[in-house]
Structures are given as C-alpha cells and as structure tokens.
Design a protein around this ligand. Structure first.
Ligand code: SF4
Length: 284
C-alpha cells in the first residue's frame, strides 16, 4: 500500500516583495490585498508547528517573501530553526529566495534539512513572467544549497501561459538537480495578478503530474498550490498519476482544506499516511 507524506507551510514574512513575479500574490506590484508582515513572532511559529505536528505533518517549511536570504533573514530563520528542532521532530524546510553558500550553511547548521527554491518554469519562458531576477539565479541557488549539504525541494507552477515544451524543459532542469522533493503548483487565478488564465482543467493538470513523474522517478512528487482549486474534493486521480506528498492546511495566501479531512480522504483511497520522512519518525 502506498504512503502519502504530509507537509506544511508557515509564512514567516508575507507580502510586499519587491520582485514582479506575475503569478505571485506577494509582489508589491499587484494589489492583491494580502496581509503584509515581517518576521512572524517565534511564539506564533511554534503554535503553528504544534498544530501541524498534531495533524500528522512530517515536514514544516518556513517561507519568507522576498528575493533573497539576507543576513537579517538568515539570523531570524536560524533562530526559528533551532527552536523548532528542539521541540519538534520535523523535517525542516526553508524557502527564502536566492541565497549564497554562506547563508545556506548557517541555516543548515541551525537545523534546516532542505532548501526549497522553485525554478517555476522553463529558462526561456521565465522572462515573460518575471523581469526583476533571472532563472539562472534560481538555478544557482539550488546548486548552492546542494553544495553545502542541504537537501533540495525544487518545483514549478503550471498554468501561467507556458507551453508543453516549457513544461518539458522545466522538468529536465529540475531532474538535473536531483531534488528530494518537487512541488507541483497550479496557478490560482487572482484578478489582481497580470496572468488572466482561468483554472486549469482537471485533465490537463493530471497530464502535468504524469509529465513530472516521468522526469522525476527518484524524487518525491508533492501536490502543492491549486490542489483544491483544480481537483475539488475528488483527488484520487492525483495519487494515481504519481503524487507522493501533499501540503496540508493552506498555501501562504490561499486557503487549503481541513487537514483531518485530507487525512480521511487519503485513507479513503486506500492509501496510508507516512510516518517516517527521511530521518523523521512520527510517534503516535
Ligand atoms: S521573489 Fe518570491 S515572493 Fe517575491 S514575487 Fe517572486 S515568487 Fe513572490
């Protein structure tokens, strides 16, 4: 029987990012009306960690808006990572933008296991959805993370105007980085964003998952943003197409479902909830 891994997200700094990624509600350029805050207090992070640990998540990801892992952010993420690792048995992920080796080494030493930095789309298509930084900068950050011994979580977003060729190129590039996990996101339409595409059809989304699986045989494929928007409450097909992990409880600025309902749904499909992730074991 297959096991599905549960992962969770904590947005530790939100909104007002100076970059212009056309698919992202965090950019200052688009008036998406999301809450803007910097450096969520540690007590709040710990409360969220407890909630997700109780819900059965093996992974917990500290996500910060912004282009890069600055020295201030490095210090803040390191403090949060140490506190989380002292109390919880999570596989800890950080997602804080472009980063050099020194900062990445520092957060690794503080307890971060994996760095998440998505390539998002193909190198050729990326300039059509972002003009303030390059795809190469993203790729280099992934290389930097791997070089200091961090595991990689590298994925993309579908439905932002890219072609099937772009999707193939994206997955070729991701597979060259050999990530531990790869999140698959589907664009969630938002009238404040410049991308006017509607929700991707279920069939096309399933084909995207199958494509990702073909390129990423040794990687854990994780369904991230857009799971509920595209598939509603009937999600059996995503697991049949190759999804091994899901994010529970919401995606930064888009609501997810009740984690308990997700667990029931997954078990209802005859799948088990994983209790061991890499070195992390859940004790019930
Ligand atoms: S750099 Fe990151 S947070 Fe900022 S707009 Fe782009 S995707 Fe969003």
């Amino acid at each position: 029987m297959s096991e599905i891994f549960l992962c969770s997200i904590c947005n530790v700094s939100n909104g007002g990012c100076k970059e212009d990624c056309a698919y992202c509600t965090q950019s200052y350029k688009y008036k998406t009306g999301i809450e803007v805050f910097r450096q969520k207090p540690l007590e709040e992070i710990m409360k969220e960690a407890e909630y997700f640990a109780d819900a059965g998540a093996l992974g917990f990801c500290l996500v910060s808006e912004g282009r890069s892992l600055t020295s201030e952010k490095t210090e803040y993420i390191s403090r949060a990572a140490k506190a989380i690792k002292e109390k919880f048995n999570f596989h800890l992920i950080a997602c804080c933008g472009s980063a050099d080796k020194e900062s990445l080494r520092e957060i690794k030493n503080a307890g971060v296991d994996t760095y998440n930095h998505n390539l998002e789309t193909s190198r050729d298509f990326f300039p059509k959805v972002c003009t303030t930084h390059t795809w190469n900068e993203r790729y280099e950050t992934c290389e930097n993370a791997a070089s200091v011994g961090l595991m990689l979580c590298v994925g993309g977003i579908m439905g932002i105007g890219e072609s099937w060729k772009d999707r193939e190129e994206l997955y070729k590039a991701i597979s060259s980085l050999k990530p531990f996990t790869s999140p698959v996101n589907f664009y969630i339409p938002n009238s404040a964003l410049p991308i006017n595409n509607s929700v991707m059809s279920r069939n096309e989304a399933i084909e995207c998952i199958k494509l990702a699986k073909r390129y990423l045989q040794g990687t854990r494929l994780m369904m991230a943003g857009g799971r509920e928007t595209v598939f509603g409450s009937d999600q059996k097909e995503i697991f049949e197409a190759g999804i091994d992990a899901v994010i529970i409880g919401g995606y930064l600025n888009a609501c997810g479902g009740d984690p308990k309902k997700d667990v029931d749904m997954i078990r209802g499909y005859g799948l088990e909830i994983a209790t061991v992730c890499h070195q992390v074991t859940l004790i019930y």
